[in-house]
Design a protein. Structure first.
Length: 267
C-alpha cells in the first residue's frame, strides 16, 4: 500500500483514488520529463485559450453559460481570461486611455467639476516639481491604476445584470461570471478595432474608433443577454440598450475615480 503525501490516503497504483495526486519518482525529474511537462503546459494553455476566445468572441453568452452549468475543464477560468486580455491590451494599446484621462487633456483648471490645476500647483509647491514632471508621474500612476483596478468594474457590470433581471432571482455569482466575460470581450474588441485602425493607412480619427466599438459592444451585450439569461429578443434588445448605457456610466465613474486617486496620491 502507498500513502498519499498530499492527503494521507492509502491506495495502490500511480494515482491517489481520493485526491488524484500522482506518485512522483526519480524519472519525473529527468530533462526529458521536465521538457515534456513544460511542453504539455504550453500546449494545454494554448488550446484552452483558443477554445475560450472562440466562445468569447463568436458565441455571446455561451462561455458564461458553460461555466455556470459546470462545463469548465476545456476553458480558461473567467478571471484568467480577463488577466490575459488586460495584459495584451495594455502592452499594445495603452495609448488609447479608455479607462483614464491622460494629463494632456486632464490638466486643465476645471475638469468635470474637479479643480485639477489647483491640485497640480499644490503638488508642485509641496514637492518642488515642475508641471511637466507631475504630468509624467500622473500618467504613469493613472495607467498602472487603470490596469490594476479594472476588476473593480466587474461588480458594477454584474449589478447591471441584476437590475435588469430582478424577477429572475439569479445568484449574484452568476452575474459576476457573465460580467467578467463581458468586460473581457469589451477589452478584446477595443484591442482588435484599435489595432486595425493603426494598421490601415488612414489618419486615426476618434470617431472611427468609438462608433464601431460601441456598435459591437452593444450588439454583443444584447445577444449575450438572450443566450445567458434566456431573454426573448424584444426583452434582450430593450434590456441590452439600457444595460450598455448603465455600464458606460459606471465606466465613466471609474475613469473619474482613477483620475482623482492618481492625482491625489502624488501629494
Amino acid at each position: 500500500m502507498i500513502i498519499c503525501k498530499n492527503c494521507g490516503n492509502q491506495f495502490e497504483g500511480r494515482y491517489c483514488n481520493q485526491c488524484g495526486e500522482r506518485i512522483v519518482n526519480d524519472r519525473d525529474f529527468s530533462v526529458f520529463s521536465i521538457a515534456r511537462q513544460a511542453l504539455g503546459s504550453i500546449t494545454s494553455f494554448d488550446s484552452k485559450l483558443l477554445r475560450t476566445m472562440k466562445l468569447l468572441l463568436f458565441y455571446p453568452g455561451k462561455l458564461s453559460t458553460e461555466f455556470v452549468n459546470g462545463v469548465r475543464a476545456p476553458y480558461m477560468r473567467p478571471f484568467q481570461i480577463l488577466i490575459v486580455v488586460n495584459i495584451l491590451f495594455y502592452m499594445f494599446m495603452s495609448e488609447l486611455d479608455l479607462f483614464r484621462s491622460p494629463s494632456q487633456g486632464y490638466f486643465v483648471e476645471n475638469f468635470d467639476g474637479v479643480r485639477v490645476m489647483e491640485k497640480v500647483r499644490q503638488i508642485s509647491q509641496t514637492r518642488g516639481l515642475e508641471v511637466k514632471e507631475i504630468a509624467i508621474m500622473y500618467d504613469n500612476r493613472s495607467s498602472d491604476l487603470a490596469k490594476g483596478l479594472i476588476v473593480c468594474l466587474i461588480p458594477f457590470i454584474a449589478l447591471t445584470g441584476l437590475l435588469l433581471h430582478l424577477k429572475s432571482k439569479i445568484e449574484f455569482g452568476k452575474h459576476l461570471i457573465f460580467a467578467t466575460h463581458y468586460l473581457s470581450f469589451i477589452i478584446v474588441v477595443i484591442f482588435i478595432i484599435g489595432e486595425g485602425l493603426i494598421v490601415l493607412p488612414i489618419t486615426l480619427n476618434r470617431w472611427l474608433f468609438i462608433v464601431p466599438s460601441i456598435a459591437f459592444i452593444t450588439l454583443y451585450y444584447i445577444v449575450a443577454l438572450k443566450h445567458f439569461y434566456q431573454d426573448g429578443w424584444l426583452g434582450a434588445v430593450a434590456k441590452g440598450l439600457v444595460g450598455v448605457v448603465l455600464i458606460n456610466v459606471f465606466i465613466q465613474f471609474y475613469r473619474v475615480a482613477i483620475n482623482i486617486i492618481s492625482l491625489n496620491t502624488l501629494l
